[in-house]
Design a protein around this ligand. Sequence first.
Ligand code: KE4
Length: 427
Amino acid sequence: MIISRSKELFSAAQKRIPGGVNSPVRAFRAVGGQPLFIERGEGAYLIDVDGNRYVDYVLSWGPLVLGHAHPQVVRALQRAVERGTSYGAPTELETRLAEMIASLMPSAEMVRFVNSGTEATMSALRLARAFTRRDKIIKFEGCYHGHADSLLVKAGSGVATLGLPDSPGVPRGAAQDTLTAPFNDLSAVRDLLEANPEQVAAVIVEPVAGNMGVVLPQAGFLAGLRQLTEQHGALLIFDEVMTGFRVHLGGAQALFGVTPDLTTLGKVIGGGLPVGAYAGRADIMKLVAPSGSMYQAGTLSGNPLAMTAGIETLEILRQPGVFESMTATTRRLADGFADAARRAGVAITQNRAGSMFCSFFTANEVVDWTSASRSDTALYGRFFRGMLDGGVYLAPSQFEAGFLSTAHDPEAIEQTLAAAQRAFQAL
Ligand code: KE4
């Protein structure tokens, strides 16, 4: 595979941009170090600057649930951009997207749009602290909620991938109110709540963890969090930035039948443009300025381009049968990976929820960060490069999720599974 143009561009980028990338996990540090520079995306495929074509399972880390450059999304954006890109004033589009989110996710009685998942979780925490007048929060090891100071504690995603000790630069004051527990460990949460009576404002959780690879909630875990937070007067925040409209058309809260007080969203609802949102019970959301006193603001929040792409994306996604068929394709892919690994005698644990999946290079069940971190990341790196040679672009880290889109057709799946057979055999 020729990647000489990517190499040239990477060395130029590294002179001006830290690590040559604008988000750490893109640098391929965990899987071999030479990222591919992309020319364009087309449905289920990425084409790099050297003309190599890959079936894409990163999909911009989740937003592109319809694949790259979906014609209806592109046409809607072309029409929108001719009317201007941003007004800094309300438009009907924001209300329309908020209504669509509320109709698919009834717990989202009110919605505030922001420009990233980080802004969404940062604001949701401030809101929970304002509403409860408490300071402490509980998060889970290996869960990643963006890079706001108080959430960069035992975080997943790029922090886990690079093995960073919870990032320098986070002042003690910001981290001291962040308590952590192992994912799926209800008794640890109960102990923290009892040890900090009337002090915990919220428990924030990725209801399906997607930032240590994909880790599913065990039976009763989410319902247990719901019961414990109610009992202790803390709010339950589902960070559905990744799982929203990805694991189920109504998010993980619909898949598992547990209703949070607040939900954070991003990725899919922007259809590939910068977006985030926090949403939830009207009595809590009413506290957000200017209806209430909790301040949060943003120049480009709710901008017409992100709203347009989000509306088009959810319109298409909620057509009968569309979501189900993408989920069925993901099951076929995940089963195919497991079969190929078994035939090659490679031990993997395959986790999946809706249209997100992960192959852990370990024989053990993966239920939390401790078990995920036992995966053989070097072997994952060799598998990743083998798949790249086979024309398949997986997440460049063992501790990330793979994503499917409605554009991943049987041909793309067959190509992927043929590459997986070869890549597993080569290990
Ligand atoms: P952003 O600020 O990156 O838009 O969203 C932060 C965030 C919040 N919550 C969850 C559950 C998330 O998964 C994310 C961001 N996900 C990572 C992928 N693991 C973004 C990719 C990256 O950091 O480059």
